[in-house]
Write a protein that binds this ligand. Structure first.
Ligand SMILES: NC(=O)c1ccc[n+]([C@@H]2O[C@H](COP(=O)([O-])OP(=O)(O)OC[C@H]3O[C@@H](n4cnc5c(N)ncnc54)[C@H](OP(=O)(O)O)[C@@H]3O)[C@@H](O)[C@H]2O)c1
Length: 284
């Protein structure tokens, strides 16, 4: 990809490697990045599995199957698949088991004297805190020999109190700059295009305000249904799953003022101003 620098060699550790998020989103994203040459070949993709029957070749087959379905370009090109396959490693164990973190430490690869690691928590939210605490206890979040990062998906708590509690717990173990809270919905092309559409377009930019726009409706069209996620939806519901995260983010992109730059913090500041100006909806 033009202009995007290649990342330093890194151990990309996936907690929840057998889950839906990993299969449908994370593995295809990593394969795409490999295709764009954004990941060095000496990086590793380490899957954490709790089922002890998994072997390295089972994990490789699983990744192959997932990519065949969600990013076929990689598996249709033997050389490309070979490069992705060579990065794969496996660590077996349960998130609650301290010995798993010791095995993980041994699995981390050092390149040019640095042991960079990114821990992607593709696990049920109730496990976030325990996983980070166990990583800390095992010394895996210490940055003396390379960077260490934590990536978590929404939901970040299920209300203000639980989100604050989770933030507080994380702060005990890592610096804010080590945490990346991701809403992968914002990676969708249509959502990404909103910023360009609004701010780089001399026709729309001067008209995008309340003098010319009567109201805005945001529609979400999904091409898959609840499917086998009934258990999850039963607890979460569409309001919590879609609106309080993805759609409020889209609303901020539609309504915010021009940020001073496209830097993450500058965009965040403008989004916060939109959220502060929204009148709370009474629960009833
Ligand atoms: N799926 C999505 O599109 C999506 C979208 C946005 C956010 N998220 C968030 O991403 C996270 C993962 O979601 P998901 O849909 O991938 O869930 P999932 O399909 O239920 O997968 C959960 C994964 O966590 C593993 N796991 C659970 N308990 C474990 C333990 N004690 N030790 C080791 N591994 C354990 C599971 O392993 P087993 O296979 O052994 O059970 C599985 O690999 C959740 O927080 C979810 O809210 C997901």
């Amino acid at each position: 990809m033009n202009g995007v620098p290649q990342a330093e060699p890194c151990n990309i550790v996936i907690f929840g490697a057998s889950g839906d998020l990993t299969r449908r989103k994370l593995l295809p994203a990593l394969a795409r990045m490999q295709g764009w040459n954004l990941i060095t070949p000496d990086s590793r993709i380490i899957g954490i599995m709790r089922d002890p029957s998994w072997q390295l070749n089972t994990w490789q087959d699983y990744v192959h199957e997932s990519l065949r379905e969600f990013h076929p370009d990689t598996v249709n090109d033997p050389a490309r698949w070979e490069s992705v396959s060579a990065m794969l490693e496996l660590t077996i164990g349960d998130l609650s088991e301290p010995s798993m973190y010791q095995r993980l430490r041994e699995a981390l690869k050092t390149t040019n004297g640095k042991t960079n690691a990114l821990f992607y928590l593709a696990i049920p939210p109730q496990w976030y805190e325990a996983a980070v605490s166990n990583l800390h206890k095992a010394g895996l979040l210490d940055e003396s020999d390379g960077f260490r990062r934590i990536v978590i998906e929404k939901p970040f708590g299920n209300d203000l109190d639980s989100a604050r509690k989770l933030n507080q717990a994380f702060r005990e173990y890592v610096k804010e700059s080590q945490i990346y809270r991701i809403d992968h919905y914002l990676g969708k092309e249509g959502v990404q295009n909103l910023m360009v559409f609004r701010f780089a377009n001399t026709v729309f930019e001067p008209l995008w305000n309340r003098n010319y726009i009567d109201h805005v409706q945001i529609s979400v069209s999904e091409n898959i249904g609840v499917e086998y996620r009934a258990g999850y939806y039963e607890k979460s519901g569409a309001l919590m799953d879609m609106i309080q995260s993805h759609l409020i983010q889209v609303m901020t992109l539609v309504a915010m003022e021009v940020p001073v730059s496209l830097d993450g913090n500058a965009v965040r500041d403008e989004k916060v101003k939109v959220l502060r100006s929204v009148r709370p909806i009474p629960p009833d």
